[in-house]
Design a protein around this ligand. Structure first.
Ligand code: SER
Length: 890
């Protein structure tokens, strides 16, 4: 008997053999369809290939697609567990042609696989076609299905549409007859809803596109979209009537029974079925990035989780149950869907956390429900306010209350529930109106209230579609905005990161899906209304964007990559600083921009070069380790418990995102195993190696007791280092040395320079003293006093006193006058040997010289005086003047 895993492989292998590309399932959160809550069929990821908007390098594909139907239109949640074929999660096997083959091949392919590949008796099958599709009827006949088993259907059952708009076309469905012993009629008959004839495969002939205005146009190309539920075909091939009796579902049911020490087929069977199904949907949703919350997709996840958790409690499980079943699921499905294994820890923690918290209110809520029912007349509906109270106070989603009442044959007044919910929202709105925050940005709070929080898809993708839910232009909400101009666009979902936690907002572009020529440039993304709503600052040159329209969103990939690298490097830097400087290091602020990172931290003194080098080397060592970067969700207390670094003074919600990276070397890291663990909502690299290189630009003071390190990563770091290398190479070339010899060479040159300077000074002095010999300038006798007078060039005033001393020493007794011209100025110095200062003062001599040079003043001591003048043009006159004065004095 083939297992579900075998059947999946057989299907994919068959189409791979027929030249189909085996394409991986797309994530459950649709990136290319903002109107859809979850991917609910195989064609969703190919939507734009059918309409010709997108092209890939294959025209035939086959998939096994994860699907969830639990929110919005296709909501099977209520029935799940109680019926044979309802699931919140299922797998859809499909083959697709994008303008390649059409009906004439799609029908024989399906028939061959069913009758030969799966060996199903052709006589047990019949098919339906759209009533006007003679072509399909002909092909079926040619393929071997007799006319009496080809049923024409005139209703929309055989005209498939993905939604109110989009690709569509007539379809043909294949049914299996489970036999006369089961009640039910063939499709199209009055009792077709019975269980005897079960649809197993739907083949859609994609040939039209439905538009918003109601018109339908023929597509340029004819395509194929097929869908076969794995669980149904699995039941059929395993000879079961109930999908929950297939091997895979049975393994999960048994895991649930084992974990609760109960009988899988006993009275708790329905609980096990609910748990088995919900384990699949919740685990796959978490693996695809959905987190339980009170809005949107996160709320659907929470509803499913809590419904399962109540059934777990009904089985008598004392402790949280769901997370203990995850290994069984990974064992069954981890090979076909590797993302499940990769996210196992995240799935387990998320389930455990939710169940732990929900159990705190579950019992009290159920007691309240019983009390409310006891006070009501037999069979009466539960009033809406009671259901709302359970929701509001005890975290009971409405369908959980309905599920609990179903067992008692009771129902809820849904309209009353909705009214109570509305009343509470109105009260919250009124409270906002009175708060200061609302006065600042009232319209953003209105938008948040009207549209709910923006769903951020950007942890997993940089490309997605979104629906415009609001536009704010010039500070006021508008319905539509036209280019040229600029406005804030709010979308229901977005891959753009809104600036937060030091990480700058994303940039990129958005394309109007109704008119692809209209492309807006997203210059920035910010968060409003307390972070709930993301605004995309969008510039439009021409065309228009309007509320309700859909846009294709593309984040600037290269820029985001640099931001990721810088953000992850900041985490490594934080830990490296703690390791190098001590545990007092705490983050005080940060900036994660595309071109650089900045990290402010508490530390009172500058880092030494050695410390900085150590930090830099450590960060790079963890980059080279190339360990995966992991994200988990936990309570703030748990996060603190494992040593996660949190931003001081920051307020955190009930659940926090915890980012870990690096395998700690011995004695390092926060918990001895992981190097860095931080609370963080930002986007990060997948592996530390993606950071590339890390280089610091140095440390500086940011404010009292806070240091700041700026650094570069990736290409910017490389460019910086390469630039330094280049300059070093240039220096080496100039010095005719090897680069590594440059510092030593420069030191040697500086020493040499110092020695040369001293030598030059000595030589100058010698020159001044008379040409380098020991004769010196000739002394004349002036009234019995030996007098030396000299005009010098290239000697500064600073050097004159030592020259005067040298002359005096040589003369033994006498007077000296030196006039030096340098730097466009004349310096004058006069000296008198001590034995003569009683009769001649150097001060008088200097003053006479200065005056003759056209200057004024001069001063010093009787044995040495100095002065200055504009130039030494009249040096001879000055010497003569001094000589005259000397003659008079002596
Ligand atoms: N899109 C079709 C369906 O969901 C066939 O895959 O039934």
């Amino acid at each position: 008997m083939p297992s579900l895993n075998d059947i999946r492989s057989t299907f994919l292998d068959y189409f791979a053999k027929n030249d189909h590309e085996v394409v991986a399932s797309s994530p459950l959160v649709p990136r290319n369809d903002p109107t859809l809550m979850f991917v609910n069929s195989g064609m969703v990821q190919f939507k734009n290939l059918f309409t010709g908007l997108e092209h890939r390098d294959y025209t035939r594909a086959t998939t096994s697609q994860k699907c969830v139907r639990a929110g919005g239109k296709h909501n099977d949640l209520d029935n799940v567990g109680y019926t044979a074929r309802h699931h919140t999660f299922f797998e859809m096997l499909g083959n697709f042609s994008f303008g390649d083959y059409f009906k004439e091949d799609a029908i024989p392919y399906a028939w061959e696989l069913l009758t030969k590949g799966f060996d199903i008796d052709p006589k047990r099958m019949l098919v339906t076609i759209y009533h006007t599709d003679d072509e399909a009827a002909e092909i079926w006949k040619k393929t071997g299905v007799p006319e009496d088993r080809i049923i024409r259907i005139a209703t929309s059952d055989n005209f498939w549409q993905m939604g109110p708009t989009g690709p569509c076309g007539p379809c043909t469905e294949i049914f299996y007859d489970h036999g006369e012993h089961i009640p039910g009629g063939p499709p199209g008959s009055p009792d077709e809803d019975g269980d005897r004839f079960i649809e197993i495969w739907n083949i859609v002939f994609m040939q039209n596109e439905q538009f918003e205005d109601g018109s339908m146009k023929a597509l340029d190309m004819q395509s194929i979209d097929t869908g076969m539920g794995l669980e149904r075909i699995g039941a059929l091939l395993q000879g079961k009537h109930d999908n929950y009796d297939t091997d895979l579902m049975r393994a999960l049911i048994e895991a649930s029974a084992h974990a609760t020490s109960s009988d899988p087929d006993g009275p708790g069977n329905v609980h096990h079925r609910v748990i088995a199904d919900h384990l699949r949907s919740t685990s796959f949703l978490i693996a695809d990035g959905v987190m339980p919350s009170n809005e949107g997709r996160g709320y659907v996840l929470r509803r499913i989780m809590r419904r399962a958790m109540r059934h777990g409690a009904l089985l008598g499980a004392q402790d949280p149950l769901m997370h203990r079943l995850v290994p069984a699921l990974v064992g069954q499905m981890g090979q076909a869907y590797p993302e499940l294994g990769r996210a196992q820890a995240l799935i387990e923690e998320t389930l455990r956390l939710e169940e732990t918290r929900f159990r705190q209110t579950l019992d009290r809520g159920l007691t309240l429900l019983d009390e409310a029912l006891a006070g009501l007349p037999d069979g009466a509906e539960l009033p809406g306010e009671e259901a709302f109270k359970l929701y509001d106070t005890y975290g009971f989603p409405l369908d959980l209350t309905q599920d609990a009442l179903r067992e008692k044959g009771r129902s809820v007044d849904v309209a009353g529930f909705d009214a109570a919910m509305e009343a509470q929202k109105a009260k919250a709105r009124a409270a906002w109106a009175g708060s200061g925050e609302a006065a600042d940005a009232g319209h953003w709070f209105d938008i948040a209230e009207r549209t709910g929080a923006t769903e951020f898809l950007g942890y997993d993708t940089e490309v997605a579609e979104g629906q415009i839910v609001a536009i704010v232009q010039d500070g006021a909400p508008v319905e539509r905005f036209e280019g040229p101009g600029e406005a804030w666009i709010v979308l229901n979902q977005t891959p753009f990161y809104g600036e937060a936690g030091g990480q700058v907002g994303d940039t990129g572009h958005m394309t109007n899906l109704e008119n692809r020529d209209v492309v807006g440039a997203v210059a920035d993304t910010k968060r409003f209304a307390g972070g709930a709503v993301f605004g995309h600052l969008t510039r439009l040159e021409s065309g228009a964007l309007a509320v309700g329209g859909s846009v294709h969103l593309t984040v600037d990939h290269a820029r985001r990559g640099q931001i990721r690298a810088n953000h992850s490097a900041t985490h490594l830097l934080h830990e490296a600083l703690r390791q190098a400087l001590g545990s007092h290091v705490a983050q005080r602020g940060s900036l994660n921009a595309p071109d650089r990172l900045r990290f402010d931290f508490s530390h009172s003194k500058a880092l030494s070069l050695e410390e900085l080098a150590r930090v830099e080397a450590e960060v790079n060592a963890y980059i080279r380790q190339n360990a995966p970067v992991e994200t988990r969700i936990m309570t703030p207390d748990e996060a603190r418990g494992i040593g996660a670094q949190a931003l001081f003074g920051e307020k955190y919600g009930d659940e926090v995102r915890v980012v870990s990276m690096g395998r700690a070397e011995t004695g390092k890291g926060v918990d001895g195993a992981t190097y860095s663990i931080e609370l963080c909502g930002g986007t990060h690299v997948t592996r530390t190696g993606d950071i590339g290189t890390f280089v610091t630009l140095g440390d500086s003071a940011s404010s009292a007791g806070v240091r700041r390190i700026e650094a570069l990563t990736g290409d910017a770091a490389f460019q910086y280092l390469a630039g330094q290398d280049h300059r070093l190479a240039e220096a080496a070339l100039t010095l005719k040395a090897q680069p590594q010899e440059v510092p030593e060479r420069i030191r040697a040159l500086l020493d040499e320079r110092k020695a040369l300077m001293a030598e030059v000074a000595e030589l100058r002095r010698k020159v001044a003293m008379g040409g380098g010999g020991d004769g010196g300038a000739e002394a004349r006798d002036v009234g019995g006093v030996a007098f030396v007078a000299q005009t010098l060039s290239g000697v500064s005033g600073r050097d004159l006193p030592s020259l005067i001393d040298a002359h005096k020493a040589r003369l033994g007794t006498g007077a000296v006058l030196l006039i030096a011209e340098a730097d466009g100025k004349a310096a004058v110095a006069a000296g008198v040997t001590d034995d003569l200062t009683g009769t001649v003062s150097a001060v008088d001599l200097v003053r006479a010289a200065v005056e003759a040079l056209g200057g004024k003043g001069g001063g010093g001591r009787p044995d040495l005086a100095q002065g200055g003048a504009k130039d030494a043009e009249k040096a001879d006159a000055a010497i003569a003047a001094v000589e005259t004065l000397l003659g008079e004095l002596s």
